[in-house]
Design a protein. Structure first.
Length: 232
């Protein structure tokens, strides 16, 4: 009598790994994009608004924008181990595709983390008594610098391409349910559409889609590990 092999091979299992560590990785994977969804969801302005409108909105609701910035910071921090965990999991059955997805998406997060946040620039100026008119000019000048513009453009491309590659790797390897892999594939293209059009609910939805997809991968990581084995 023959038996059907398990969809989770021995290579994915990591019995020697710390259960606490696996759970923390799983939580990071889900909470990272979830916090980015919170960031966008509470913004008091549209992402397609003019700089003057954004400065005015921030000045009128500084506390809410500060909350959004804390969510953004913690979200990016959690996305580092979270993306690494999902990437390593994807590489167990699709090594090349998973590696490219991990590298591209990971460097995309790093690129946006190196650029100053418009909200932070405006909040800092308001705390120092800088006029709104001056803050409009300072903000426009800051983000026109190549050192900020180039990483921002790279992030836009990398977080879309990286999510698609990572989702395709998970789909090819059937490491997570098919619907979860497709959620990841579609999430960041939708993110760009929502951000560029100023439709905040669409942008929030895109990060929630990634959170669910990463959460599904996180469940596998929590139960079986990432599949990564230390060299001996």
């Amino acid at each position: 009598m023959t038996t059907t092999p398990s969809r989770t091979p021995a290579a994915v299992r990591d019995p020697a790994g710390s259960q606490v560590g696996r759970v923390l990785l799983a939580l990071s994977a889900a909470l990272g994009p979830l916090l980015l969804a919170v960031t966008i969801g509470v913004l008091p302005y549209g992402t397609d608004d003019a700089t003057r409108e954004i400065v005015t909105a921030i000045a009128e609701d500084e506390a809410l924008v500060q909350l959004a910035q804390w969510a953004w910071v913690f979200g990016l921090v959690l996305l580092v181990p979270g993306t690494l965990a999902v990437g390593l999991l994807a590489m167990t059955r699709a090594p090349k595709l998973g590696l490219w997805g991990l590298v591209v998406l990971g460097t995309g997060w790093m690129a946006i983390a190196t650029t100053p946040s418009m909200d932070q620039v405006v909040l800092g100026g308001l705390d120092e008594g800088v006029s709104r008119e001056a803050l409009v000019d300072v903000t426009d000048g800051t983000f026109a610098l190549a050192v900020n513009a180039i990483p921002s453009f790279y992030f836009v491309a990398a977080h879309v391409i990286g999510a698609i590659l990572l989702g395709a790797a998970l789909l090819r390897g059937r490491t997570v349910p098919v619907w979860a892999a497709w959620l990841l594939i579609l999430s960041m293209p939708l993110n760009v559409v929502g951000f560029a059009s100023g439709l905040l609910p669409v942008t929030v939805l895109s990060f929630l889609m990634m959170a669910v997809a990463f959460g599904a991968a996180g469940l596998v990581v929590a139960r079986h590990g990432t599949g990564w084995v230390r060299a001996r």
